[in-house]
Design a protein around this ligand. Structure first.
Ligand code: HEM
Length: 232
């Protein structure tokens, strides 16, 4: 089994699909939770408090981080494997079939842009919230102001998105995420076995709608808080 998921191409794709679907589920939850910030900043902070440095939230964070790391490590493995398989014909692939869409040809690059976006995002939010609480619990001296704001998610959203540069960076990151998800969704389902001809186009359509809802849900929060900072 171990050899299967490391050595075989199908095994690697299966690992990527399962971790990818787990990450999509996380994004669905995260986006839905963020929408609360549009309706009630107080309600959003209650959710942030619940998801602070509590043991269950830390366990979820560890699983989530493992999911991201495994997904990215296997993406590189698959990329290297495909490159090796092409051998000396590495340059002959310029004649890519037209029906293979842009996102599927650029999954690795899109994934790298999403990962870079994620690092920026973790610095903006996670490092100022859950990490601050965790350090405080571990006895590390953190500044009182940082600690008092560590569960104030609405404050951090407002502070980040009052800056138009961050709004633009987030929209670029979300654009890459959209392309990555539109291809990743149906590709994962196909690998898992939902690959009959009838459903092929249907899954592609469902995946595109799903990715659009997720990305739109994230983007609307960034835009709404920016507009609020300009108008109020
Ligand atoms: C406008 C868009 C977004 C907003 C306002 C937002 C907000 C937040 C906030 C407030 C936290 C900290 C929660 C806490 O520590 O209690 C967080 C954590 C996180 N966000 Fe986002 N987020 C956005 C988009 C995204 C996107 C697109 C991704 C993935 C590509 C993402 C991935 C994460 C991850 C992995 C964490 C750490 C989760 C954990 O601590 O377990 N977020 N986000």
């Amino acid at each position: 089994m171990n050899l299967f998921i490391v050595n075989s191409s199908i095994g690697r794709k299966l690992v990527m699909s399962i971790t990818g679907i787990c990450l999509i589920l996380f994004l669905t939850f995260h986006m839905s939770m963020n929408l609360v910030a549009l309706i009630s900043p107080k309600g959003y902070n209650l959710v942030c408090e619940f998801l602070g440095a509590n043991w269950y939230a830390l366990v979820a964070t560890i699983f989530l981080a493992l999911g991201f790391i495994i997904h990215m490590a296997y993406a590189f493995l698959l990329f290297l494997q495909n490159k090796k398989a092409r051998g000396n014909n590495a340059y002959a692939v310029s004649a890519k079939p037209k029906e293979v869409e842009w996102a599927s040809q650029n999954m690795l690059v899109l994934g790298i842009v999403v990962a870079a976006f994620l690092l920026l995002h973790l610095y903006n939010f996670w490092a100022k919230m859950q990490l601050v609480e965790l350090m405080h619990q571990l006895g590390v001296n953190v500044c009182g102001d940082a600690l008092s704001k560590s569960a104030d998610g609405a404050y951090h959203i407002a502070a980040t998105f009052q800056d138009p540069i961050y709004v633009i960076l987030y929209l670029v990151g979300l654009g890459a995420l959209w392309f990555h998800l539109t291809h990743g969704f149906w590709s994962a389902l196909q690998t898992i076995g939902f690959n009959n001809q009838l459903w092929f186009n249907r899954w592609k359509c469902i995946g595109t709608i799903y990715a659009t809802i997720i990305v739109f849900g994230f983007a609307i929060v960034a835009i709404a808080y920016f507009v609020k900072s300009v108008c109020c």
